[in-house]
Design a protein around this ligand. Structure first.
Ligand SMILES: [Zn+2]
Length: 473
């Protein structure tokens, strides 16, 4: 194996061994070291938040109670939706006065509306973001993703006998998430190391607890690859996953890099995720979150909590997307990001006409990969060159089964906003309620006026668990 270690990430791009940081990694590491704090304490809700927030001087205890609240929320709006009109035909649900849905009973673009491609807002930031196309450093999200899963242990923390199965099983649910949410468009092939691979250095030489730099991170990954190389074929690998033994709690958290620079078996390896002790708190969905970054998705929690809501790193999207909160009650990826990844067809996207009313009938986001042809999955209403209002339907099915309120979820996407700074912001139908964004979906019969354009969105029932939405400019 020839191994080349980058001393620094490419100059043209922000460093982000730790993708959640708005600051360059070196600056963050220096800040953390200067503060002398241990970042990934178990009291925080997101390991990435923990380190980022700590380095920014915020306390990190606010995140955990938030998640607890979201899981404890009671269902409010589920009943009215479920009660509607299974017998109604899709066309009958269309109100008169709205344009074009009656002409498009098959889920195709409504007559007169612009083609869906016009709503693909172009990316206006480098790196991870919500624009089109995804970052050119991202791995393809359609097709086969070939992952090398390396189980590593250390002389100071040898793996427990018989613990391999537990480690493998814990991450398997993350792979399952990616395949299910992609509607089968992403096929993940995992090849595991033959047992535990002993790292060349003790676990304490990798400073996860002391502010991990990009250099530290790629050294850790490079050491794992080198240690496994004698018995592992890296020649056909797209992404390297390194998971540390549960016996080494000082490998605290699970960062990602899209800027690895290691060649093994003549294959230049560029993407890696390392799973640390926090995987035992998150479960396998941490793999799906970090893999979202390797596919180009941004962090949707906030690296800095808003001054008006101190400590609330989840003020932008709450628990409505895995990239916002791994333990949220609604971890299905947003429809917008599915579209960005190629997991939704243009025919499932209704691009609203800026000159007249446009209507869509939205099936649940969960299962959108196998939706009936009459269902749309999202309505997009562009309000500037980089911003759009998106409406999708969240129902207690799939990975959303624990959501406390269902219906039309409205959010704005801004392709000029970076990862961790709020590229997606959910509109709360009940601002100021005790449930925060948990009860954000709009109930049938309600409406919302988009503040910058004055466009009015109205929401209605069904059929079935579908929701109807009309936007009137
Ligand atoms: Zn992240």
């Amino acid at each position: 194996m020839h191994q080349k270690r980058a001393t620094r990430p490419p100059l043209a791009r922000p460093s982000f061994a730790l993708p959640s940081f708005a600051l360059p990694v070196a600056a963050v590491a220096a800040t953390v070291l200067a503060l002398g704090v241990v970042p990934a304490s178990a009291s925080t809700d997101l390991s990435e938040v923990s380190l980022g927030a700590t380095s920014l001087g915020a306390t990190s205890v606010g995140a955990a109670p938030l998640a607890a609240t979201s899981l404890a929320a009671t269902p409010v709006a589920a009943a009215p939706l479920a009660a509607t009109s299974l017998a109604a035909t899709p066309v009958a649900a269309t109100p008169t006065g709205a344009t074009s849905v009656a002409a498009a009973p098959t889920g195709a673009t409504p007559a007169g509306a612009p083609p869906a491609a016009t709503c693909r807002l172009p990316a206006a930031v480098d790196g991870l973001g919500s624009g089109f196309p995804v970052d050119d450093q991202a791995l393809p999200a359609v097709g086969t993703l070939k992952a090398a899963l390396l189980f590593v242990d250390f002389e100071d923390h040898p793996a427990a006998v018989g613990s391999l199965d537990e480690a493998e099983t814990n991450l398997a649910s993350g792979v399952e998430y990616l395949e299910r949410v992609s509607g089968g468009r992403l096929d993940v092939t995992t090849t595991s190391s033959d047992g535990w691979v002993r790292m060349p250095e003790p676990s304490t030489s990798y400073p996860f607890e002391r502010g991990l730099s990009y250099e530290d991170h790629v050294r850790y990954i490079g050491d794992a690859i080198a240690a496994a190389d004698a018995t592992f074929d890296f020649s056909d690998v797209d992404v390297v996953w390194v998971t540390a033994t549960k016996e080494a709690p000082n490998i605290t958290y699970s960062p990602t890099t899209n800027f690895l620079d290691v060649t093994a078996d003549d294959n230049h390896l560029t993407h890696a995720v390392t799973f640390g002790y926090d995987q035992w708190r998150w479960g396998g969905l941490v793999l799906a979150h970090e893999s979202g970054h390797t596919l180009g998705l941004p962090d949707l929690y906030l690296f800095e909590a808003p001054p008006s809501d101190p400590g609330n790193w989840h003020a932008a999207v709450g628990g409505w997307d895995l990239m916002g909160l791994i333990s949220g009650s609604g971890p299905e990826y947003f429809a917008w990001h599915r579209w960005q990844l190629g997991w939704l067809d243009d025919a499932q996207v209704v691009c609203a006409d800026p000159r007249r009313a446009t209507t869509a009938r939205l099936g649940p986001v969960a299962g959108s990969g196998n939706a009936p042809s009459w269902q749309d999955t999202m309505l997009v209403y562009p309000i500037s060159a980089t911003r759009a209002v998106v409406v999708e339907n969240r129902q207690p099915v799939g990975y959303d089964e624990a959501i406390g309120a269902s219906g039309a979820l409205v959010y704005t996407v801004d392709t000029s906003v970076r990862s961790g700074e709020g590229p997606v912001r959910v509109v709360d139908s009940t601002p100021g309620s005790a449930d925060g964004l948990d009860d954000a979906p709009f109930a049938p019969g309600t409406s919302w006026t988009e503040p910058t354009t004055g466009a009015v969105l109205t929401f209605r029932d069904g059929p079935g668990n579908a929701v109807g939405v009309t936007v009137r400019p």
